[in-house]
Write a protein that binds this ligand. Structure first.
Ligand code: PLP
Length: 367
């Protein structure tokens, strides 16, 4: 039996045909860059998120960089973010010339906490960058409360949490500008690179529409020095088809997660993902923890089951972040997560047989 970590399957059934038809239509339209397919997806995603503006960009990293730029975060500013996030979040802060301040996450939800944020705030901190890690929404009400009290900006990294809700609102509706990645494996994924920014601010949206297209206000007239980070029309067309099924895709992820949570209870020293009260989880990843992480991974691989590690080395221990001056032991929770985490296969369309094989192999390993 071979169980892939992730595979695009025809789920819900018929989605592949719908995508092929939409791609054929968009090809025939021949409006490949910022065409009608892009505006249509931006409008549809804005409606889904219940925000007035969505600006499509090239990828999730650009969505983060452009969000920070649009809010005026740059040189001399500190940005608070979780130490256990994906490298793109931290690189984006670095890219705008700001200083990333890595904050320890909550050891159970793996997300930023109010107390962690409060401890890290000083006069140079300009923004908080909460990451809805693995698909679990952060406690945004509390985070916004602190941010508003102290006058800090908020950019949500929603790359892993499309459709996750907290307090009846979607992740990506709280901050002043919020970044989404539509990388193929994400909960809402294109067939190539794609990203988007959500915002309530018309001013932020106007800036982003120019900035993503060299700063152009009208053809060959430039208000700011922008970049090229445009959402591709074919990707936007595919995203429109998939957006209509996003809730069904997430419900399927939640169903699969529930089975893992039931079947892997009290197995060996496994620590299963915990959901914080009031915070929704759309299970972009199903991450378990064990002190025997590498042995378990090898055991599963020998049985044809692929797992991944998100993420084996935290940013502060990577050569690229040596300049932060942090060493092993400085972020103990972040390091413990990096040393013990293992992500199990979970994707819409995964079969019962496949999931049973994963569960049984894990039980055998710990027996
Ligand atoms: C995927 C991801 C990104 C970057 O998205 P890309 O589209 O790959 O640039 C940023 N942050 C997090 C948390 C991610 O998972």
């Amino acid at each position: 039996m071979h169980v892939p970590f992730f595979e695009l399957r025809d789920f819900p059934e018929g989605i592949e045909t719908a995508i092929q038809e939409k791609v054929a239509f968009t090809l025939a339209e021949k409006r490949f860059v910022l065409g009608p397919a892009v505006s249509a997806f931006e409008d549809e995603f804005a409606r889904y998120q219940n925000v007035p503006h969505v600006v499509g960009v090239g990828n999730g990293y650009d969505a983060l960089v452009l969000s920070l730029k649009a809010l005026g975060v740059g040189k001399g500013d500190k940005v608070l973010l979780p130490g256990n996030t994906y490298i793109a979040t931290i690189n984006a802060v670095q890219q705008v010339g700001a200083m990333p301040v890595l904050v320890e996450p909550d050891p159970e939800s793996y997300n930023l906490t109010a107390s962690g944020i409060a401890r890290a705030i000083d006069k140079d901190v300009k923004a908080i960058l909460p990451v809805h890690l693995y698909g679990q929404a952060c406690d945004m009400e509390t985070i916004m409360g602190i941010a508003n009290q102290v006058g800090l900006l908020v950019v949500e990294d929603c790359a892993q949490a499309h459709g996750a809700e907290v307090g009846g609102k979607k992740a990506g509706t709280f901050g002043q500008a919020n970044a989404f990645s539509f990388y193929p494996t994400k909960n809402l994924g294109a067939y190539g690179d794609a990203g988007g920014v959500t915002t309530h601010s018309e001013q932020v949206a106007d800036f982003l529409r120019k900035y993503r297209n060299y700063g152009q206000s009208e053809r060959y007239y430039y208000d700011v020095v922008g970049v090229n980070s445009r959402l591709d029309s074919l990707q936007a067309a595919i995203l429109s088809v998939k957006l209509a099924h996003l809730d069904a895709l997430n419900t399927e992820r939640q169903r699969l997660a529930k089975i893992y949570l039931q079947e892997l209870q009290r197995v060996g020293d496994l620590v299963l993902p915990a959901t914080q009260a009031g915070c929704g989880h759309v299970y972009h990843l199903f991450v378990v923890r064990t002190q025997r992480r590498y042995a378990l991974q090898q055991y599963l691989q020998a049985k044809g089951i692929t797992t991944l590690i998100h993420y084996p080395v935290p940013a502060h221990l990577q050569p690229s972040y040596a300049h932060l001056g942090l060493k092993a032991g400085d972020l103990p929770i972040t390091e413990e997560l990096a040393n013990t985490s293992l992500s199990l296969p979970l994707f819409p369309g995964m079969t019962e047989q496949e999931q049973t094989a994963v569960v049984e192999a894990i039980r055998q390993f710990f027996a």
